[in-house]
Write a protein that binds this ligand. Structure first.
Ligand code: HEC
Length: 78
């Protein structure tokens, strides 16, 4: 979970409630397909500050991250 807090938290907020980037809470992500969210994480979103993480994350890792976000477990035990 350190990656989430340090690398994602700098923009999305330490508790994923948003900052420069939008909130990544289960409420905020509700209804958005996991496959689309995984693509955003891996490829970034051109024209926005959201960077591509493909150089650092495998597809499986990105998928796992999204699962954690959707379940709202980012602040659970780590
Ligand atoms: C440099 C700042 C920055 C960092 C670091 C960053 N993001 Fe983002 N992220 C953004 C911005 C800004 C957006 C919104 C893009 C837009 O306007 O659509 C975004 C969008 C997203 C979205 C899509 C949200 C949605 O509702 O469509 C996801 C998922 C996401 N980020 C996950 C992550 C994850 C996971 C990490 C860490 C591995 C991360 N981000 C790191 C800035 C950042």
């Amino acid at each position: 979970m350190n990656l989430l807090k340090q690398d994602c938290g700098s923009c999305h907020g330490l508790t994923m409630k948003g900052g420069l980037g939008p909130a990544l809470t289960p409420e905020a992500l509700h209804g958005k397909p996991a496959s689309m969210l995984r693509e955003v994480v891996l490829r970034g979103r051109p024209g926005t500050p959201m960077p591509p993480w493909a150089p650092f994350l495998s597809e499986a890792e990105a998928e796992w991250l999204i699962e954690v976000l959707l379940k709202g477990e980012t602040n659970a035990h780590r």
